[in-house]
Design a protein around this ligand. Structure first.
Ligand SMILES: CSC[C@H]1O[C@@H](n2cnc3c(O)ncnc32)[C@H](O)[C@@H]1O
Ligand SMILES: [Zn+2]
Length: 442
């Protein structure tokens, strides 16, 4: 018999749901990790025989899943959580959020808000987030420092903002940022055109060309409300997605966020272009924007990922609870109880998210050769009992607060519910400080 191989980490768990192979749960197995990469998923006795681990973690009542991918958000908006509620999108944005952003946006605000959001996401099992916000260099640096994986999309609007004077300035700063993070293992920079209704044709066409040249993702709010679609027909004589298609903007690199208003032509455009859909059920419900036909998209072979949107329209960043909402809503929208079953909901929050971000060769499932981005959920409390199907428990009961451990590329970000790369007390203090400033002027 050959000598045991030395590895950095072995995690032994009661259950492992690797997402690939599909619909499977392994019991009493171990994940073997070395150099940040998954080396094996084997029965625990076999792990004992074959490997010598520098660190071994035993999780006797826990389920291991791939780290969650939050495919759409505005992390720094955590500081505007609860600032304006119970409003439809247009009133919420134009009457409250944009004026607040005009007044308060700064490097410091984005840095503090992003760190607060990352802490919340890590604590509820997210390892990778997709962000669109001002001062994206702050978001990118914060993610790198906290060792979270992120796609950071620099904003592009026709209008000026605290971050730039207009499209020219946004492109100059954004492309420089893309260059700065070209070699990063964790952070990828993409284009963040805000929405079709805040951008004219010229910058959209430029984004289409540059994204193809750089092989960089495009992240855009699209068909979020009925008003967006009807105003586009009035102004441009076409639906927003048709306009994007004609400007060359639709491809597998394009991440279409929301898509609550769709007809057969829209579905064809997404399917035939290979574009990605990001579903944000809680934000869509809260702003009364509409319903994304997720099961219909999946049946058409369209990739659908899951996002929380910002904390100002959700109002939390818990992707596990988003999974539950997505699963329940899909059943109501499709009129079928078997729509978005528990395993499909988990896939939407992991592998589909990875695919939407072009990262599915590296993350999204617990497969040998993939990065060790792992989340552990403890299923030992009363509302978790009894456990017949751990994935059903994960999706249909409230598990966000049961996340105990999180790793990204083999590095621990959460151990026994304690953050390892961010300071929770300090972040709470900073959030309170910001709220005092902002409330004073509200
Ligand atoms: C390009 S920076 C992000 C920009 O988007 C605003 N925003 C936040 N949530 C939404 C949403 O659901 N639809 C449209 N725009 C949204 C955010 O406040 C920033 O200004
Ligand atoms: Zn959004």
């Amino acid at each position: 018999m050959s000598a045991p191989q030395t590895v950095s980490l072995i995690i032994k768990a009661r259950w492992i749901a690797p997402v690939v192979p599909e619909n499977r749960v392994f019991e009493h197995c171990a994940l073997v990790v070395d150099k940040g990469v998954i080396q094996a998923l084997v029965p625990q006795e076999e792990a004992d025989k074959r490997y010598d681990a520098q660190q071994e973690i035993f999780l006797g009542n826990h389920l291991l899943i791939p780290g969650l991918v939050n495919a759409h958000g505005h992390a720094a908006m955590s500081l505007l959580r609860g600032y304006a509620d119970d409003l439809p999108l247009k009133q919420w944005l134009e009457g409250h959020i944009w004026p607040a952003e005009d007044q308060w946006l700064s490097e410091d605000m984005v840095r503090d808000g992003t760190e607060l959001a990352m802490a919340e996401m890590i604590r509820s099992g997210t390892t990778c987030f997709n962000d669109m916000y001002f001062f994206p260099e702050q978001v990118a640096q914060a993610a790198q420092q906290a060792h979270m994986r992120a796609q950071v999309n620099f904003p592009v609007f026709d209008a000026p903002s605290a971050w730039g004077q207009g499209p020219e300035d946004y492109f100059r700063k954004g492309l420089a940022l893309h260059d700065d993070f070209r070699a990063s293992e964790l952070v990828r920079i993409g284009f963040g055109p805000h929405a079709p209704y805040t951008l004219s044709d010229e910058p959209l066409t430029r984004i289409a060309t540059l994204a193809q040249e750089l092989d960089a993702p495009i992240h855009i709010h699209l068909h979020e409300t009925a008003q967006e679609v009807s105003e586009s027909i009035e102004q441009h004589g076409k639906r927003p997605i048709q306009r994007l298609a004609e400007l060359g903007l639709l491809s597998p690199l394009t991440q279409c966020v929301h898509m609550t208003q769709v007809d057969e032509g829209d579905i064809e455009l997404i399917r035939d272009s290979g574009a990605q859909v990001v579903h944000c059920p809680e934000s869509n419900l809260k702003l009364a924007s509409g319903f994304c036909p997720t099961q219909r998209f999946l049946d058409e072979g369209i990739n659908v990922a899951l996002g929380t949107d910002g904390a100002a329209s959700n109002n939390d960043l818990d992707l596990l609870s988003e999974m539950k909402t997505a699963a329940l809503l899909a059943k109501a929208v499709a009129g079928r109880a078997d729509a978005l079953d528990a395993h499909s909901a988990l896939r939407m929050a992991t592998l589909n998210g990875a695919r939407a971000l072009g990262l599915d060769e590296h993350i999204g499932s617990l497969e040998v050769g993939k990065s060790a981005d792992i989340t552990a959920i403890e299923l030992s409390d009363l509302p978790s009992q009894p456990v017949y199907h751990p994935v059903s428990q994960l999706v249909y009961t409230n598990c966000g607060h049961k996340v105990s451990h999180v790793w990204v590329a083999g590095k621990a970000l959460l151990l026994s519910r304690q953050l390892q790369t961010l300071n929770e007390r300090e972040l709470i203090g900073k959030a309170r400080w910001w709220a005092k400033q902002i409330k004073g002027q509200h």
